[in-house]
Design a protein around this ligand. Structure first.
Ligand SMILES: CC(C)(COP(=O)([O-])OP(=O)([O-])OC[C@H]1O[C@@H](n2cnc3c(N)ncnc32)[C@H](O)[C@@H]1OP(=O)([O-])[O-])[C@@H](O)C(=O)NCCC(=O)NCCSC(=O)C[C@@](C)(O)CC(=O)[O-]
Length: 299
């Protein structure tokens, strides 16, 4: 299969990138990050997470973030909403798009959202119904698509089953998360093949973490299969608080560099994106995990 002509980047840095940071990051820094990402030409930014502050303290200022951001034309600002409570709060803040997040692993589902996979799907159904009423689109995440920190290997058939349930429920796109970055290209291809038997390829997104240094290789493999939506995080920030050892998402700068090299359009200004990566890592005192970001900063 040929590479897609255009790839849409979903920037998850302000949410996935920051959610696991142990020290509180002030709202102003989060807002500046979101603004800089928009200025770099990113068209979709996951800005906040309406989850319990007891579970994820770093996302406790979700209301301030969602109402404080300066909306740029052409940019979608989205938020995670695990249940109706989260969705109602997000709607009050004028959210344009939300995401529910499930898993292909029972153990991970329990640790992350305190319920089984089946219970999570029951919980999401009214979220989708209410979002439809409010004319807000819902994205669906499936975690642990290439392995689970608690259960180990995950069968592609299980990933396909949960993805189909989310899609059938009304999620317009399903993002497939290699939460702990254990996947390798062949496994990623097999998983995408299984899921795309039930869901059109253009409705799927790849959400890869780089824990084992495989994220770009995995992305290349699934781009070849026809994936055209990629989740990434500026400077490779990130990791799920309920997946021990999970490190950052694939770095947005590295993804854009790869896509530029393949002649695939993203509409993103790589220099501005790399400057944002340098700025945020210096501001929060983290190493920059984007090789491209570090290389450009050294020029
Ligand atoms: C889902 C719950 C809330 C269930 O948590 P629970 O304890 O089962 O829920 P509950 O309904 O019994 O409520 C317990 C308390 O939480 C409150 N609560 C309940 N809901 C909300 C809400 N929406 N917003 C704010 N507060 C809420 C609720 O009001 C109550 O407060 P209390 O009475 O104790 O003071 C909890 O487990 C939770 O917040 N989990 C969050 C987990 C999370 O955010 N994980 C990271 C995101 S997922 C991820 O990173 C993976 C992904 C997407 O990137 C893809 C990948 O890489 O794989």
């Amino acid at each position: 299969m040929a590479f897609p002509k255009r790839v849409r980047l979903v920037e998850v840095g302000p949410r996935d990138g920051l959610q696991n940071e142990p020290n509180p990051i002030d709202t102003a820094t989060k807002l500046e990050l979101i603004d800089r990402l928009g200025a770099a030409g990113i068209g979709y930014i996951e800005a906040a997470s309406f989850v319990s502050p007891k579970w994820v303290p770093q996302m406790a200022d979700h209301r301030e973030v969602m109402t404080g951001l300066t909306r740029r034309q052409g940019v979608t600002y989205a938020a995670l909403t695990p249940n109706l409570k989260g969705l109602e709060a997000a709607l009050e803040c004028g959210v344009e798009e939300v995401a529910v997040f499930g898993a292909a692993s029972e153990a991970f589902s329990q640790k992350n959202i305190n319920c089984s996979v089946a219970e999570s799907l029951e919980r999401f159904a009214p979220v989708l119904e209410r979002a439809r009423e409010a004319k807000v689109r819902v994205r669906g995440y499936v975690s642990c698509v290439l392995g689970c920190p608690y259960e180990g290997e995950i069968a592609p058939a299980k990933v396909a089953e949960v993805s189909k349930a989310l899609f059938d429920m009304g999620c317009y796109e399903v993002s497939l998360g290699d939460t702990i970055g254990v996947g390798t290209p062949l496994a990623a291809k097999r998983m995408i093949e299984a899921v795309s038997r039930d869901i059109p390829m253009e409705k799927l997104a790849a959400h890869f973490h780089d824990t084992y240094g495989q994220a770009l290789a995995n992305l290349y493999a699934v781009l070849e299969e026809g994936i055209s939506v990629v989740d990434s995080s500026v400077a490779g920030l990130g990791g799920c608080p309920y997946a021990k050892g999970a490190s950052g998402n694939v770095a947005s700068e590295d993804v854009v560099y790869l896509l530029n090299g393949l002649g695939i359009d993203t509409g993103i200004d790589l220099d501005k994106l790399a400057e944002t990566g340098t700025w945020i890592t210096q501001t929060i005192g983290r190493p920059n995990r984007s090789k491209v970001g570090v290389a450009l900063a050294a020029k």
